[in-house]
Structure formats: structure tokens, C-alpha cells
Design a binder for this molecule. Structure first.
Ligand code: CAA
Length: 301
């Protein structure tokens, strides 16, 4: 087994669609033991059921032996408390796209994890530099050697949904991230079977700074009645060979997540091209979040 990344055990925080996918590729491809923590036991149960389903599909398609599937599943365990992650070499945080929530979590790492652990965030748009600053405990100056050392272990490791299928990981360096942290995170993503691109720490990085205006423009086309949702999606799907139309993709990502990313882009740049459409705001007000809860631009079972 390649250990160029030096990660002997991984922690994953959050067992939604992203956290579960990250746990699966880490156990199956990088072959590392993975400890998953989520504050919701129901969410963990759902995540583990998805892991079972995806592994069983790979076995039924002849891409994986029953034994390899079992080994991968056995590498994944659940811990009830954050302190259960105290021995991991790297943690990947994959909770909701909320800065205060991420700051709270990163602030707790200093007392819960070992001091040399790499602290990766799967955020899709939030400043990695801000998240890194929140990992420094109160009382330690961010400018001190100790403060800089703590923040140097924070890195952006942005996976794409569905994680087992999408080939990319976007690697983002905070102002404070060390070269050692970056190269370890990159090697780990490669061990998970991913191609890695790098982006500066700007709102939305490369991926969402380009994707979100596209999705938002599609929503505004719908809002203005320029075309039906089906015609907008079919135009992009068949006319540009996209796997999904932009409204389907927004539902797939989650409308609440799209709105959170768009707000980060708009607030972080002040550029009106990133202003979320009123229709998207209203759909999230209505708690229509897309596929994850059954209603978005389309209805799902
Ligand atoms: N988890 C794991 N695997 C999944 C899955 C999921 N949620 N959904 C679909 N798949 C797998 C299927 O099991 C199937 O695998 P096999 O080939 O091994 O059987 C494969 O994907 C293809 O699925 P389907 O045949 O059912 O359907 P499809 O051909 O329409 O593909 C899709 C589905 C892969 C999701 C495809 O539509 C697609 O690529 N869509 C675009 C996805 C995309 O753009 N993702 C990035 C979103 S942005 C993001 O994630 C980052 C962010 O910051 C917001």
C-alpha cells in the first residue's frame, strides 16, 4: 500500500452525501481505515446504508470482489464523539456550508485531535484562510510561531458529488497552509483515485466561481419565463453535452447549498454577477432543497 501521503487513519466529519462519498473512496481506493463522526445517528445510518448499496452495486457489476467490498466496509467505523478522532492523521470536514459551524468545529480540533493532524475542509466556497484562523485556540496569537504552525495544517480539499464517480478534487491553499500539508493532501486525493487541480483561496475557488453564475443564470431564465425548466435543461444537456441540465444539477447539489455558495460569492466579491436570483431565495425559503428532500425544480420520490 502506498503511504506517500502518510495518512494511516482518516477521520471524516459529517456523513451526508459528501462525507459518505469521501469515507467510501478513502476506504476503497486509498485503503485507509476511516472513522466517521456525525452528530446525527440517523444521518450516519443513512450514510452507511449508501456505502453498502454502492459496494453491492460494484460487486454485482463484477468490478469488485465480495472480499474487497467487505474489506472496504470493514475499514469504515463510526465514532460517537469528536474525541474518537484523536488518533487520526488527517480529518476531512464535510458538514453543511456554514462558516460559523465550520469555525466552531475547527476551533474544537485543538483540544480533540493530535497536534500534528492535517485539518482538511471540503468547503465549496468559504475562505480556507478564515477557517484556518479559527483552528488557533483563543489565547494564542495568529501571528506567533505556534499560531502559524497550527494554521499551517489546514487545507481545502474539495470533492465533487457523487464522490465515487467524479474524478476531480480541487486543492486550495490558505494563506497559512504549509507545503508539507499541501503535498500530503494532494497525495491522499491521488490515492483516492482523483485528479487534482489547484486554486487560490478566492470565493468559490475555480469550480464554483464558474459553475454558480451558470446555474443562477439558468434559474433567472426560468424566472423570466424565457423557457420551461425542461427546455432549459434539455438545451444544455443535448446542445452542450452536459450530463445534466443546470436546473437538474442545482437540485442535485441542493438548492440550500447553491444559495449558500452564491451568497459567499456575492458577499466575498461584491460583484453583481453573483447575486442569487429571487426565485432561488424563495425556493429555499419554502424549504424546497432539491433531491435531498424530494422537491426542487423537479419532484423526486
Ligand atoms: N452516489 C454514487 N454513485 C452514483 C450516485 C450517487 N449519488 N448517483 C449516480 N451514481 C452512479 C451510478 O450508480 C452509476 O454508476 P455505474 O456506472 O457504476 O452503474 C453512475 O453514477 C451513472 O449513474 P446513472 O446511470 O444512474 O445516471 P447518469 O448516467 O445520469 O449519471 C451522474 C449520473 C453521474 C450524477 C451524472 O448525471 C453527472 O455526472 N451529473 C453531473 C454531476 C456533477 O456535475 N457533479 C458536480 C456537482 S458540483 C459539486 O459537487 C461541488 C460543489 O461544490 C457544489
Amino acid at each position: 500500500m502506498s503511504v506517500a501521503h502518510g495518512i494511516r487513519t482518516l477521520g471524516v466529519l459529517g456523513s451526508g452525501q459528501m462525507g459518505t462519498g469521501i469515507a467510501l473512496v478513502s476506504a476503497l481506493r486509498a485503503k485507509v481505515p476511516v472513522l466517521v463522526h456525525d452528530r446525527s445517528p440517523e444521518q450516519v445510518k443513512k450514510g452507511l446504508a449508501l456505502v453498502d448499496k454502492l459496494l453491492a452495486k460494484d460487486v454485482s457489476k463484477g468490478r469488485l470482489t465480495t472480499e474487497d467490498a467487505k474489506d472496504a466496509k470493514d475499514r469504515i467505523s463510526v465514532v460517537d464523539e469528536l474525541k474518537g478522532l484523536r488518533d487520526v492523521d488527517m480529518v476531512v470536514e464535510a458538514v453543511s456550508e456554514s462558516l460559523p459551524l465550520k469555525q466552531k468545529i475547527f476551533a474544537s480540533f485543538a483540544s480533540e485531535l493530535k497536534p500534528e493532524a492535517i485539518l482538511a475542509t471540503n468547503t465549496s466556497s468559504i475562505s480556507i484562510t478564515k477557517i484556518a484562523a479559527s483552528a488557533i485556540p483563543t489565547g494564542i496569537s495568529a501571528a506567533s510561531e505556534e499560531g502559524q504552525k497550527i494554521a499551517s495544517r489546514v487545507v481545502g480539499l474539495h470533492f465533487f458529488n457523487p464522490v465515487p464517480v467524479m474524478k476531480l478534487v480541487e486543492l486550495i491553499s490558505a494563506l497559512q497552509t504549509s507545503e508539507e500539508t499541501l503535498s500530503c493532501a494532494r497525495a491522499f486525493a491521488v490515492a483516492c483515485g482523483k485528479e487534482v487541480t489547484t486554486s487560490k483561496d478566492v470565493p468559490g475557488f475555480v469550480s464554483n466561481a464558474l459553475l454558480m453564475p451558470f446555474i443562477n443564470e439558468a434559474i433567472m431564465h426560468l424566472e423570466k419565463g424565457i423557457a420551461t425548466r425542461e427546455d432549459i435543461d434539455t438545451t444544455l444537456k443535448l446542445g452542450m453535452n452536459h450530463p445534466m441540465g443546470p436546473l437538474q444539477l442545482a437540485d442535485f447539489i441542493g438548492l440550500d447549498t447553491c444559495l449558500a455558495i452564491q451568497k459567499t460569492l456575492y458577499e466575498g466579491t461584491g460583484d453583481s454577477k453573483y447575486r442569487p436570483s429571487v426565485l432561488l431565495e424563495r425556493m429555499v425559503d419554502a424549504q424546497w432543497y432539491g433531491r435531498k428532500n424530494g422537491k426542487g425544480f423537479y419532484d423526486y420520490d
